[in-house]
Design a protein around this ligand. Structure first.
Ligand code: FAD
Length: 302
């Protein structure tokens, strides 16, 4: 009904923020500017991605440990099966445990030739490494043998592009949970109905872990469409309409992007979602604005 306030504070929402490891001094500065602004929102955890083909092994380790040490926020390291033997992966995992990292986002990853800076989104023609973990399920089981990590995995509201069927993909999620995963973070999506149907199907299949929506605040609509095409994510026509004509107007685009993401989050909240994972792309502006409107704020100084 009318007159309903957009925001009531406090709410009981939990957020998490995803970053990628910086390649240059300049990108490093951008990352830490973002972290300084996002850390006061007390996220449940933050996570740091792992470049396609293991290309960021050292940088992911350095970034994830630095964030946890300097902010005290639990930090999760993404890890993939690509281009490494089981022994190599186990060594990386042990180093994380020794450095105090207790949470791994365990992924299959994509073939190295898909490396285009997109953090491994999309891609095809995956071949397991001969001595490696073949799928995310195998990685989850392997990590659990190394140490009692908290493990999150990926899930796909619009079905993973290489899955035999939507049902087969949900069976795959079940195997990941049986192997020890306790949270699934979704690929980003713009058709919120699809996420909600997916969540309900997963629950009806008796898979009892939080399915956390991955929220992508859109800084660059063209890029989002490109990424979406690679990972089965449909970009609805209404979004085309919304972002149409704004190519030369970055500020306006930001305002539209914040509005779109807030509406998406509020819809999810009305449907019972309490956890939100933000793909920050190492930028704070949009995520801070969205969180603010969701009532997720830094505690007031007293
Ligand atoms: P899996 O769960 O192994 O599934 C992959 C495909 O194989 C699915 O189609 C599944 O149905 C199928 N499958 C599983 N087991 C079998 C089997 N035994 N036989 C036949 N088919 C099977 N990529 C990166 O490189 N670095 C990152 O940091 C990164 N972070 C991500 C974070 C999130 C939240 C998400 C959603 C994705 C991320 N990705 C990352 C991308 C991810 O690596 C790709 O989407 C990848 O293609 C699938 O990974 P997965 O862990 O879901 O694979």
């Amino acid at each position: 009904g009318g007159g309903e306030p957009l925001v009531t504070v406090p709410r009981d929402l939990r957020v998490s923020f995803e970053f990628f490891p910086p390649k240059t001094e300049k990108m490093e500065q951008t990352l830490w500017q973002a972290i300084r602004r996002l850390a006061p929102l007390s996220p449940a955890f933050v996570s740091v991605t792992y470049g396609a083909g293991g290309s960021t092994r050292e940088r992911t380790h350095a970034t994830v440990t630095a964030i946890q040490q300097q902010t005290g926020i639990p930090a999760a390291a993404h890890l993939t099966c690509v281009a490494a033997t089981k022994e190599e992966i186990d060594t990386i995992a042990r180093a994380y445990w020794d450095a105090g990292i207790r949470h791994i986002v365990a992924l299959r990853g994509d073939p190295p030739q898909a490396a285009d800076g997109s953090g491994g989104l999309g891609g095809s023609g995956y071949q397991p490494h001969p001595g490696g973990y073949a799928y995310a399920t195998d990685l989850v089981a392997g990590l659990k043998r190394v140490a009692d990590f908290e493990i999150s995995v990926a899930c796909f509201p619009e079905t993973h592009p290489e899955a035999a069927s939507a049902a087969a993909d949900i069976d795959n999620l079940r195997r990941k949970v049986d192997a020890g995963a306790t949270r699934a973070i979704s690929q980003f999506f713009f058709d919120t109905d699809k996420f909600l149907r997916f969540r309900d199907t997963v629950a009806a299949a008796g898979i009892d872990i939080p399915i956390v929506p991955g929220i992508l605040p859109i800084t660059n609509f063209g890029r989002a469409v490109e990424l979406g095409a690679k990972c089965n994510c449909v970009v609805p026509a209404w979004m085309d309409e919304l972002f149409g004509g704004l190519d030369a107007e970055p500020e306006t685009r930001q305002l539209v992007a914040a509005t779109v993401a807030v509406q998406q989050c509020l819809r999810l909240e009305r449907e019972g979602v309490r956890d939100f994972h933000f793909y920050t792309l190492n930028r704070a502006d949009l995520t801070v604005a969205i969180c603010h409107m969701l009532g997720v704020r830094a505690p007031k100084a007293v």
